[in-house]
Ligand binder design. Structure first.
Ligand code: 5AD
Ligand code: SF4
Length: 443
C-alpha cells in the first residue's frame, strides 16, 4: 500500500494537558485532511511524538520510543516520523535528535505546531527532513480544528506560556511568555462545544490566575469565569493551574458564587518550607499559602484542594522536608501529584550546589506519598453515605458493568446505573470510599 492510500496516523503524547490539547489540534488538522487515527504503529503512515521535558524521565521515554521506531522505518521507508513539543524547544535538542535518529522526517516546536500540514506536504514532495523550531512566540493562531478525546468534557486553552520562572522549571523557556486569548474567542469556542453536547470544560493555562494581562484593562480571570458561567447549557467549569501568588479574593469569590464552577482548586504548593519556596522563586511563603487555603475553605465550604509537590529540591534539609509533611497534614489535600526534583539544563536550580542525594530524595518521596495517601483516604471516607452529583462520563475502566463519572470536587465515582445517564449529571449515593475513588449507587 502506498502512502496516499494509507491515511492512518498515530500520535503519542507525553506531559501535561497543554500537550494533550496540542495533540488534539494536530489530530484535528490531520482528520480534516481525511486521515484516521490508529493506535497500532505498524498500521500508521504518520507517527507523531509530542514530547515533554519537564522532568528527565519524560525525555528518557521519548528517546526509548524513538529508538524503537528505527526497524519500522527500515521496513517501511515511506513512513513519516515527526517529533514535536516542549523537548524540541530546548537549545540544540532538534539537532541532537536528527543526529541520533536520522530517520526522523519532521521536527517542530511548540510555537509552530499549526504549520504541521505544510511540513507534511513538503516532506512528501521533497523527501528531505524538515527541522523548524521558532524561538519567539508569535500571536495566537485561532481556528485550528480540534479532535477531542471525549464528547462530554473538553479542554479549552485560555492562555499560553508562563512568566514566573520558578527556578526548577523549564516551561517558561519552552512555552514562551504569557499570552491570553481574547474572551470572545474563548466564549465562541465554548458555545460551539455546548451546541455539540459538551457539558464540562476545563480552562487551561500555566497560570490561569494571571489571565487577561495585555488584554483590555477590564479583563481578568474572575471576570472570565463569570462570563463563561452565563453560557446556557454548560454544566461545569474547571480550570488549571492556579499559581498561589495570583489567586485573588476576586477569583475566590467568583468560584464561590458561580454555580457552574466546580468546588475544586488545584493549587500547587511545591514545598512547605519558606526557605525552599524562596529558593524556588515561588513568591509566597508557607504562611501566605496557609492563609490562602483558609480563605478558600471559608468561601467554599466543601472545596477539594489538590496540589503539586517537589521533594529533593537543592538545599532541602530534613527540617524543610518535615515542614512539607506538616503542611500536607494541615491543608488536608484531597490528592497530590508528587515529584522527585529533576535537574533541568538552563534553569537556575541546575547550577545550585547543594543537590540532594538520590537515596535521600527517594526516601522522602516515599514518606510523602504515604502521608498523602493516608489523608486522601481519610478525606474520601467523609463521602460515605452522602448523595452527590456525578457527571456521568461513560463505563467504568475496570468494570464495564459499572458507570463512572466525577463529583464537582473531582472525585472519581464508579457506580451501577443506567447507561442513558451518560453525558448527564446524576444523583449517586456513595456506598464505599477508597484512597483514589468512590463506589456508589445511582438514585
Ligand atoms: N523537577 C521535578 N518536578 C518538576 N515540576 C516542574 N519542574 C520540575 C522539575 N524540574 C513539577 C512541578 C509542577 C509540575 C507540573 O511539575 O510540581 O507544578
Ligand atoms: Fe513552571 Fe512555575 Fe510557570 Fe508553573 S508557574 S509553569 S512551575 S515556571
Amino acid at each position: 500500500m502506498n502512502n496516499e492510500q494509507n491515511k492512518k496516523y498515530l500520535i503519542e503524547t507525553w506531559g501535561c494537558q497543554m500537550n494533550e490539547e496540542d495533540s488534539e489540534k494536530l489530530s484535528g488538522m490531520l482528520k480534516s485532511q481525511g486521515y484516521v487515527r490508529t493506535e497500532v504503529k505498524e498500521e500508521a503512515s504518520i507517527i507523531i511524538f509530542n514530547t515533554c521535558c519537564v522532568r528527565e524521565n519524560a525525555e528518557l521515554k521519548v528517546y526509548g520510543n524513538l529508538g524503537a521506531l528505527k526497524s519500522l522505518k527500515q521496513k517501511k521507508p515511506e513512513l513519516i516520523i515527526a517529533v514535536c513539543g516542549c523537548m524540541m524547544q530546548q537549545e540544540g535538542m532538534a539537532e541532537n535528535i536528527i543526529k541520533k535518529y536520522p530517520f526522523v522526517d519532521i521536527i517542530f516546536g511548540t510555537h509552530n505546531a499549526y504549520k504541521f500540514p505544510e511540513y507534511l506536504n513538503r516532506v512528501k514532495q521533497e523527501g528531505k527532513s524538515i527541522i523548524e523550531i521558532i524561538n519567539k512566540e508569535e500571536g495566537i493562531v485561532e481556528g485550528i480544528p480540534i479532535d477531542r478525546e471525549s464528547s462530554i468534557k473538553a479542554f479549552v486553552t485560555i492562555m499560553y506560556g508562563c512568566n514566573n520562572f520558578c527556578t526548577y522549571c523549564i516551561v517558561p523557556y519552552v512555552r514562551g511568555r504569557e499570552r491570553s486569548r481574547g474572551p470572545e474567542d474563548i466564549e465562541k469556542e465554548i458555545k460551539e462545544l455546548v451546541s455539540k453536547g459538551y457539558k464540562e470544560i476545563t480552562l487551561l493555562g500555566q497560570n490561569v490566575n494571571s489571565y487577561g494581562k495585555g488584554l483590555d484593562d477590564n479583563m481578568n480571570f474572575a471576570r472570565l469565569l463569570r462570563r463563561i458561567n452565563n453560557i446556557e447549557g454548560l454544566e461545569r467549569i474547571r480550570f488549571m493551574t492556579s499559581h498561589p501568588k495570583d489567586l485573588s479574593q476576586e477569583v475566590i469569590d467568583a468560584i464561590a458564587e458561580c454555580s457552574k464552577v466546580c468546588d475544586h482548586i488545584h493549587l500547587p504548593v511545591q514545598s512547605g518550607s519558606s526557605n525552599i519556596l524562596k529558593k524556588m522563586n515561588r513568591q509566597y511563603d508557607r504562611n501566605q499559602y496557609l492563609q490562602l487555603v483558609k480563605k478558600i475553605k471559608e468561601a467554599i465550604p466543601d472545596v477539594a484542594i489538590t496540589t503539586d509537590i517537589i521533594v529533593g529540591f537543592p538545599g532541602e534539609t530534613e527540617e524543610d522536608f518535615e515542614e512539607t509533611l506538616s503542611l500536607v497534614k494541615e491543608v488536608e489535600y484531597d490528592s497530590a501529584f508528587t515529584f522527585i526534583y529533576s535537574k533541568r539544563k538552563g534553569t537556575p536550580a541546575d547550577d545550585m550546589i547543594e543537590q540532594i542525594d538520590d537515596k535521600v530524595k527517594h526516601e522522602r518521596f516515599n514518606r510523602l506519598v504515604e502521608a498523602i495517601n493516608e489523608i486522601s483516604a481519610k478525606k474520601n471516607k467523609r463521602y460515605a453515605g452522602r448523595i452527590v452529583d456525578v457527571l456521568v462520563e461513560g463505563t467504568s475502566k475496570n468494570n464495564t458493568d459499572k458507570l463512572m463519572g466525577r463529583t464537582t470536587t473531582g472525585k472519581l465515582v464508579n457506580f451501577k446505573g443506567d447507561e442513558s445517564s451518560i453525558g448527564h449529571i446524576s444523583k449517586v449515593k456513595i456506598t464505599e470510599a477508597f484512597s483514589f475513588s468512590l463506589n456508589g449507587e445511582q438514585l
